[in-house]
Design a protein around this ligand. Structure first.
Ligand code: PMP
Length: 427
């Protein structure tokens, strides 16, 4: 067995070395020692079902990914200023997942580095400065990342809105009192159009996640982007889709989130599941935008696109393909969503179930139809005591976030559902 210090000792050391600005999950923290596919194992030997970690897309420690890492790391690791097979091979495979117009890739090491670069690309290409961001959106931890993340700059302790930032109201349908999706779409599109008009010819980019994770797993109305993208482009800006959370087949039918809305962005940001836990990020864009960046100032990332990362990224794509994990996400996700909706008919606390594939949100409300933060936390902590991991998010932290490794199966869904139901009955 693995030798580890007791949890109390670990917590003490953590407190000594790590800033309190890094949070710890759960009132009863978990001391993790191993993981495999959709399971994690704590120091006490408990098996924990992971319904939360969307980074481990193809499963924790998937052997094919681990072997690709080990094999390549033992043979060659260098930077993109040399020629090596992995860069071309992975770029070709990755770009084959995008429409023809999106044909250039910049590799970095995180979603934050990718969103930072995406904004630089947009501003250089358009020679404009302003950026339109989505309310409650999150794109990264760099200075620029915080500037464009309402979820961060708008929070307590955040720096506030910068002068070059414009906000689009989150087009949330649930709870907003609209009669239909069409009515909601019209309202939000008109509101955002007005904001675009007020800054006509000044906006370099519009950036949004296809399903707004930190906003509480909020999908956009079907025709929202179809109405926003042309207006941004007409005044000379470009459109960015942040696929860091939802990309790589998690949404089942849609390999990328923008496909849900029948649009093609000018710039796409990817990260998290790209390396299944190995730190990877990338920006995918058009030839024209990439060319504008070839202005004499070199772009270089020490680690982005190195042979080990490329081999890992390629293994991730191969596993998704070979094991049909996007189809699995579709099937398991629609089963889980259906069952959660049924549960909602019995228990009014479950007020809305939304999302696609294995990226779901369950909004918890009280009898007065107000966000019930306490009850959402009770469910999250209650599930943790039953060794199931889920998250909560949203401005009121009352939305359960379910976004497991795609290995999560029907049996795992049943386990999750029965434990949620037990907690609902106990209330
Ligand atoms: N974009 C989105 C939508 C994210 O959820 C995140 C991370 N939570 C990022 C960007 C930043 O990625 P990273 O943490 O890898 O820098």
């Amino acid at each position: 067995p693995l030798q580890t210090n007791a949890l109390e000792k670990q917590l003490e050391l953590r407190k000594q070395f790590i800033s309190n600005s890094l949070s710890l999950s759960y009132t009863a923290p978990i001391h993790m020692v191993r993981s495999a596919f959709q399971y994690m194992y704590d120091a006490k030997g408990n098996t924990i079902l992971d319904a939360y970690n969307n980074i481990m897309l193809v499963g924790h420690c998937h052997p094919k990914v681990v072997q690709a890492a080990q094999r390549t790391f033992a043979r060659l690791n260098t930077n993109t200023r040399y020629v090596y097979d992995e860069l071309q091979s992975y770029s070709e495979k990755l770009l084959s997942k995008f429409p023809d117009s999106l044909n250039k890739v910049f590799f970095v090491n995180s979603g934050s580095a990718a969103s930072d670069l995406a904004i630089r690309l947009a501003q250089t290409h358009t020679k404009k400065r302003k950026v339109m961001v989505m309310e409650h959106g999150y794109h990264g931890n760099t200075r620029l990342g915080i500037d464009i993340s309402h979820y961060k700059y708008g929070q307590k302790g955040g720096p506030g809105k910068r002068d070059y930032i414009l906000e689009a109201s989150i087009p949330k349908i649930f709870g907003a009192g609209f009669g239909s999706e069409a009515e909601a779409t019209k309202f939000y599109v008109e509101k955002t159009h007005k904001e675009i008009q007020n800054h006509e010819l000044e906006i370099s980019a519009f950036i949004a996640e296809p399903i707004i994770g930190c906003g509480g797993q909020v999908p956009l109305p079907k025709d929202y982007l179809k109405n926003i993208y042309p207006k941004i482009r007409a005044q000379g800006g470009v459109c960015i889709s942040d696929e860091v959370q939802v990309g790589f087949g998690r949404l089942g039918k849609y390999f990328w989130g923008y496909e849900m809305y029948d649009v093609v962005p000018d710039i796409v940001i990817i990260g998290k599941p790209m390396g299944n836990g190995h730190p990877m990020g990338a920006v995918i864009t058009t030839t024209e935008i990439a060319q504008s960046f070839e202005n004499g100032l070199e772009f270089f990332s020490s680690f982005g696109g190195n042979p080990v990362s490329c081999a890992i990224g390629e293994a991730v794509l191969d596993v998704i393909h070979e094991e049909h994990l996007d189809t699995e996400a579709q099937n398991t996700g629609s089963y889980l969503k259906g069952r959660l909706k049924e549960l909602g008919k019995q228990y009014p606390e479950i007020s809305d179930v939304r999302g696609e594939g294995l990226f779901l949100g369950v909004e918890i409300m009280d009898e007065k139809f107000q966000p019930d933060t306490m009850f959402a936390q009770y469910l999250k902590n209650g599930l943790r005591m039953e060794s199931i991991l889920i998250g909560t998010d949203g401005p009121a932290d009352n939305v359960l976030k379910i976004k497991p490794p795609l290995y999560f199966n029907k049996e795992n869904c049943d386990m999750l559902l029965s434990q949620i139901e037990k907690l609902l009955q106990k209330k």
